[in-house]
Ligand binder design. Sequence first.
Ligand code: ZN
Length: 231
Amino acid sequence: MTDHGDEETSAPATPDGDADRIRWNWNRMCSLVLSALLAVVALVAVGTSPAAADPDGKYPTLSAHHHDDDDDYYDDYYDDDDAPPSERGPTGYSLVLPKGAIESSLTAPHHDYPAIDIAVAAGTPFYAVTSGTATRLYQAGGCGNGVTLRGDDGAKYTYCHATRISAVGRVANGQRLGLTGSTGDATGPHLHLQIAYPASTLRCPKALLVALSKGTAPPPVERLPTSGCSY
Ligand SMILES: [Zn+2]
């Protein structure tokens, strides 16, 4: 009886003991998985909070970066080139024409100085490439009806040959500035765009426009070349 009793009390102990170990392991695994999940959530929160906290939706350090030559930030930033555009955060820049209007003529060199002439049907809307202050410009023998946009990035953008100017003063990134045409010194309807940074240093707009038409982060304006786009 005693042996049998021992058998009766010890026999079920083994499966119960296994079950306890399984439960313990299960609980431990659950807590490990939970800890890992919490760590991932914390990392994601840390990774995204600087962009979310950026009130203007611009490059976090673009304007500050104009004043030093430390390339590390951008090198690090552009290491993320494989990330889809939606995950890079807002760039603060918009395409200057409707996407379909801009893809055909970005390769032609400009006459005499760095700029770009984009052949486009008269009456096509054109937009502020970034936020800033727009001023109307008129030169009968040159720019025709134009707009000077002093961007918040420190660059000066000049648009020429418009039929209509629809926004002056403070403008938002991507806001419509007017309609294209062929006023001033133009042989046909096109948008002339030139970029000066700093002050009177003209830069080739192509790399900026190509990046924006692809939906990728554009190069900082101070990285745009100052030659190679004119004849
Ligand atoms: Zn031109």
